[in-house]
Design a protein. Structure first.
Lengths: 86, 705
């Protein structure tokens, strides 16, 4: 699977920029499953709302989710404007 | 339990849905006061049942299952929801119909669970809740299109205003069978082919079929190849087949870990494109503006501390008057009963043993009610999730999840509801660590001990012209407990409770005006659970301790002398050599023994020893302080109590496990005696060692004597 050159981690995305999830790479398998079940799955759109002490609040499918730094680093995303469907 | 004359329910209907979907509010609206709360056998998850009266026909038994995001359980709550739903339990009949409550504002996420329920082929009704909030947010859901796409009845509801209740009752009455449309979402063709083949093998070799076979096949195909070899429950042929499937699907470019979930969401997104109209993309709303403030690194902490201060104020100040009324009420009851029964052992047993014991439990009720009221307000408003978000950083430093702070907070009133509140923590090790340290938070039962000793022994001086030394001492005791709890949690998570660092992943619901009815109902439920659990234990224990403090009787002696020669007095003398290094004598030993029932009993025990009836109020407790200060050891002539002794007693009470009720609840929550006994052991050792260090340090500094 090829990724756009614009790929980064969710933790690096500026607040207010819509991004598309490209891949989940958390080392614990159950965590990635949990993320997917909550709607943070490949090709989902995430909007980071704010960042506080390393934790983030994002909007996914109209749902507000709090995630910590380690999860934000495990979610690879690409900016929505540059997303090209496979 | 069915009341006499009540009709037998014709069907069992389960309520399921994501957390924060309004499921319980809808359940309450349908059942009213016809509810019963108990526990699922063998687990500490609450079982909530109610009867739904339909216009025609017999009533229906509704079961309110714990909220879950999917049928993949991640916590005890979610596991019981799945087990009951799928009929895997002996104690609860499988439901003949499921009502899935979905949040109209979060339809995409909610439909994930609906898709899994459709897979199972269980008759289903979807309650599309909070449609008013959705419309306010610019989201319009066409329930007819949604029903057509899902193949099940969809009933729009507004649970807080009882909107759609009659329509939902009709749908429940009329829906008897599954829609028969089953799996409506499709996997990519190669993936579907491999899944079907694997399911056939699972059926052939292990007798697994239907949705269970599908679930097993998904788990095998999406799992790591190296872990498949560890799946010894499956025959070699299946493991070889799975390895080949992994190679095939990887070669074809499918991400095996995500294709199953992604396929469901593709189907969900297609449905939402048909059924949902949304005004624009996410717009900054009131919840966003509030979050920017309450989660701010500085202002967020200010708000948090303010909320906590208000909570503490309510528990320790506003509850005092009703607690006094309850005490006075039970004192009057005791006097009344004493008037009816001639003086003697029976009167003592009933008045001092039973009534005294019940009074000890019920007197906590105002604090418990206020605690749960405020926690209910914070949860229902949406703030509690933000508090967990803020505290996650602090909790994370000791290896705990942000959610752990809620049980620890509750433990400032009483550790019993605190321990019970840990059931929402997903990781078993995090949950156990939180339960083990919760009693270290200084509960309200310790406060009378602190206030007696601080008033009697801490000089009334002011520090820096602003703060009283008494206030600083009191705060120090609370901080000591908090620090000990966090340090102990850190140690446990580094050693025998080691686990991967918890990840913070939590839905933060929209802020809303809390529903007073829901909060009050919840408050009453929690309080009744507390009374039932603590009351039965404390009543029994108080009778035992009354016996130990009364017998053997020495006729014609004062109560203080009788106490000294009682079994409790003997126990105090037996442990005197053990507690002497802490600066404690046998009188304090009796106090420690009697505190096993409830820590505040230390005050009345000291009162008995020094011939003061502390129940008569503040004035009497002041006299007690005078007597304690004046008491001298006849052998050495030195004061029995000093500033240092008082501090050491308080430190011991901060750290020691002295509450039998908490031990009993711990036993129940962990389903074994191992952890309660470990808890008693480590807290006693901690209390002893720290008190010893404080005493020795105090002597060096010249504080003793």
């Amino acid at each position: 699977m090829e990724f756009s050159d614009q790929c980064s981690t969710l933790g690096e995305v500026p607040i207010g920029c819509d991004v598309i999830v490209k891949r989940l790479r958390h080392s614990v398998p159950g965590v990635s499953t949990r993320l997917r079940e909550l709607g943070i799955c490949e090709n989902a759109t995430i909007l980071p709302l704010l960042r506080a002490n390393g934790n983030m609040i994002c909007v996914v499918n109209n749902m507000r989710i709090g995630i910590d730094e380690s999860l934000a680093r495990a979610i690879l995303v690409t900016p929505r404007l540059h997303h090209v469907s496979a | 339990m069915r009341r006499r004359g009540e009709a037998v329910p014709s069907r069992v209907v389960a309520f399921i849905g994501n957390p924060n979907s309004g499921k319980t509010t809808l359940f309450n609206a349908l059942t009213g006061l016809r509810q019963k709360v108990a526990n699922y056998p063998g687990v500490t998850v609450e079982k909530k049942e109610g009867r739904l009266l339909l216009p025609d026909g017999p009533p229906v038994l509704l079961i309110d299952l714990p909220g879950t995001y999917s049928l993949t359980a991640n916590s005890p709550d979610e596991q019981i929801a799945v087990d009951v739903l799928l009929g895997r339990t002996d104690h609860t009949p499988p439901p003949q119909l499921v009502v899935c409550v979905v949040d109209a504002c979060n339809l995409e996420r909610s439909l994930y669970l609906v898709s899994q329920l459709l897979d199972r082929g269980i008759p289903l009704v979807v309650a599309l809740n909070m449609v008013d909030a959705a419309q306010h947010a610019g989201i319009t859901v066409n329930s007819r299109i949604l029903a057509r796409e899902l193949g099940v009845p969809v009933v729009p509801t507004v649970a807080t205003k009882r909107g759609g209740i009659q329509e939902l009752k009709s749908a429940i009455a009329q829906t008897q069978t599954a829609s028969g449309r089953g799996n409506q979402w499709r996997l990519p063709e190669p993936v579907e082919r491999e899944t079907d083949e694997l399911m056939a093998l699972l059926h052939q070799h292990h007798g697994i079929d239907g949705a269970d076979a599908y679930e097993a096949a998904v788990g095998l195909l999406s799992g790591e190849s190296v872990r498949i070899d560890e799946e010894h429950r499956y025959v070699d042929e299946i493991r070889r087949h799975v390895h080949r499937d992994h190679q095939k699907l990887d070669f074809l470019g499918f991400d095996r870990r995500s294709v199953f979930v992604e396929s469901r969401y593709q189907w969900i997104r297609r449905i939402c494109r048909e059924a949902v109209q949304q005004r624009g993309s996410h717009e900054r709303n009131l919840s966003d503006r509030i979050d920017a403030f309450v989660t701010h690194p500085f202002w967020g902490m200010v708000v948090f501390m303010g909320v906590m201060a208000l909570l503490f104020q309510s528990i320790f100040t506003w509850a005092q008057a009703p607690m006094t009324w309850i005490h006075d009420g039970f004192d009057a009851l005791g006097l009344g009963v004493a008037g009816l029964i001639p003086p003697g052992d029976l009167q003592d047993l009933i008045v001092k043993g039973a009534i005294g014991g019940v009074s000890a439990v019920v007197s906590f009720l105002p604090q418990i009610l206020l605690l749960f009221f405020f926690i209910g307000i914070l949860e229902d408003s949406g703030y509690m999730a933000r508090a967990a978000f803020i505290m996650d950083r602090v909790m994370g430093k000791v290896g705990l999840h942000g959610k752990s702070f809620i049980p620890l907070l509750s433990s400032f009133a009483c550790a019993i509801p605190g321990i019970m509140a840990t059931r929402t923590i997903e990781s078993p090790k995090d949950r156990l660590a939180t339960m083990l340290v919760a009693p270290l938070m200084s509960c309200s039962a310790r406060l009378p001990v602190y206030t007696l000793l601080i008033a009697a022994f801490i000089p009334p001086v002011t520090v820096l012209g602003l703060f009283s030394l008494a206030g600083i001492t009191l705060l120090s005791m609370y901080l000591l407990g908090l620090v000990a709890a966090l340090a102990s949690a850190w140690l446990f998570k580094k050693t025998f409770l080691k686990s991967p660092p918890p990840v913070f992943l939590m839905e933060l619901p929209q802020y809303k005006i809390p529903s007073l009815k829901s909060v009050v109902l919840h408050m009453i439920e929690r309080a009744m659970a507390f009374l039932q659990r603590a009351g039965t234990i404390i009543l029994g224990a108080s009778i035992i301790l009354w016996f130990l403090a009364t017998y053997p009787k020495t006729p014609g002696t004062a109560p203080s002398e009788n106490l000294q020669h009682s079994f409790a007095g003997m126990a105090g003398r037996v442990i005197a050599p053990v507690i002497k290094p802490l600066g404690f004598d046998w009188k304090i030993g009796i106090g420690l023994v009697s505190s096993l029932l409830q820590r505040e009993v230390f005050v009345s025990t000291m009162g008995t020893i020094y011939g003061i009836n502390t129940a008569q109020g503040e004035q009497e407790r002041t006299y007690l302080g005078d007597r304690m200060r004046a008491d001298k050891d006849p052998a050495t002539g030195k004061p029995v109590f000093s500033v240092l002794t008082a501090i050491c007693i308080m430190v011991y009470y901060v750290l020691a496990m002295q509450c039998l009720s908490t031990v009993a609840v711990m036993r129940r929550e962990t389903n074994s005696w191992r952890w309660p006994l470990f808890q008693i052991g480590y807290m006693t050792a901690l209390a002893y060692l720290v008190t010893y260090a404080v005493y020795r340090g105090g002597l060096i500094l010249g504080l003793g004597g």
